[in-house]
Design a protein around this ligand. Structure first.
Ligand code: NAP
Ligand code: ZN
Ligand code: ZN
Length: 348
């Protein structure tokens, strides 16, 4: 069987994505081969395709919100069988031996987790390619199970947007009655609203798009603040226990920190350019500023099972692969409710 794989790739930071093909490795004893059915379009794909974080490797096949079916298993595979419905998220390997890896937090691997794309494999040579492609070969330990009942196109974004918002809400112990603000109602933000509501919090969306008010309330948010309106920050001073900041573009952290109550915590998951944080924004109310990166394999499975139990899934706009460049343009304009997902059948 040929492992020639059709894909969409980007060849430089300034050129559009275009059809491409490459070879996946034949499954090693611990590998599975997955036929990809859907792949979500994360803002991190756009940041990396345009080399906004530096060090991007081209050609690049983005995509780390992957859902598909197992089509082959290596001789030593015990966890999966042909036909299983599975997911792959933001990383495909880690050292397995450091403290974070041993405690199931592979995303914080001391040797650096190996990204699903735009990364070099642990052999030091091969380049990893992501999910805007028809199939992927991957070690069985970095695969999760998609529970029955979640429509597959709505499950794909859970592999990044879902776990990235679930993990900090759980880690920092958001609980019923807490006042939580979610900044930015995009792919991550809309999942943040769903999870914070499911955990019993009172949820406010802070958005720079005034037109998203009705959509935010329809998603389950209790309140909405258009941050561009005069006096929006002053009117909400010291109001929240917890702020989840998912914004992809540069913005003033100090303004948002002012909305935290005594002992409040703002967690950054969005990854814009570096910006200054003022000590005065923190010390007066013993506030914290934290960060969080995706989640480990074990917690990703826990999040998927939680979604199946609570009837949670992403709200998506399914697209054909050849729409990807328009999708990037629209994502930059915050014009997606709330995640583009590529129907990979359109690549075959
Ligand atoms: P997205 O769907 O594009 O959503 C980002 C949201 O940010 C937009 O919907 C918009 O919400 C808000 N926004 C955009 N431009 C803005 C501006 N100029 N000023 C203020 N707000 C603005 O992106 P995403 O896929 O959710 O990703 C969000 C960020 O998280 C990206 O930087 C991505 O790289 C990062 N990320 C981090 C992790 C992690 O592990 N930490 C994982 C995945 C992604 P409103 O219209 O409501 O204002
Ligand atoms: Zn992502
Ligand atoms: Zn490790």
């Amino acid at each position: 069987m040929s492992l020639t794989t059709a894909a969409y790739a980007v060849h430089s930071p300034t050129t559009p994505l275009e059809p491409w093909s490459f070879d996946r490795r034949d499954p090693l004893p611990n590998d599975v081969l997955i036929e990809i059915l859907y792949c979500g379009v994360c803002h991190s794909d756009l940041h990396q395709a345009r080399d906004e974080w530096g060090g991007s490797i081209f050609p690049m096949v983005p995509g780390h919100e992957i859902v598909g079916k197992v089509t082959r298993v290596g001789d030593s595979v015990t966890k999966w069988k042909v036909g299983d419905t599975v997911g792959v998220g933001v990383f495909v390997d880690s050292c397995r031996d450091c403290e974070p890896c041993r405690s199931g937090e592979e995303q914080y691997c001391e040797q650096g987790m190996t990204g699903t794309y735009n990364s070099i494999a642990r052999d030091g040579v091969s380049v990893n390619y992501g999910g805007y492609s028809t199939q992927i070969t991957i070690d069985q330990d970095y695969v999760v199970s998609i529970p029955e009942g979640i429509p597959l196109e709505r499950a794909a974004p859970l592999l990044c947007a879902g776990i990235t918002t679930y993990s900090p809400l759980k880690h920092f112990g958001v609980k019923p009655g807490d006042h939580v603000a979610v900044v930015g109602l995009g792919g991550l933000g809309h999942m943040g609203v769903k999870f914070a509501k499911a955990l019993g919090a009172h949820v406010t969306v802070l958005s720079h798009s005034p037109g998203k008010r009705d959509a935010a309330l329809a998603l389950g948010a209790d309140d909405f603040v258009a941050t561009g309106e005069e006096g929006a920050f002053q009117a909400n001073t010291a109001k929240f226990n917890f702020i989840l900041d998912t914004v992809s573009a540069d913005h003033e952290y100090n303004d948002y920190l002012g909305m935290l109550k005594l002992n409040g915590n703002m967690v950054l998951v969005g990854l814009p350019n570096p910006t200054k944080v003022g000590a005065f924004a923190l010390v007066g109310k013993r506030r914290s500023l934290s960060g969080s990166m995706i989640g480990g394999i074990r917690e990703t499975q826990e999040m998927l099972d939680f979604c199946a139990e609570k009837g949670i899934a992403s709200d998506v706009e399914v697209i054909q692969a050849d729409y990807i460049n328009e999708a990037y343009d629209r994502m930059l304009k915050s014009d997606v409710r709330y995640r583009f997902v590529i129907d990979i059948a359109s690549l075959k």
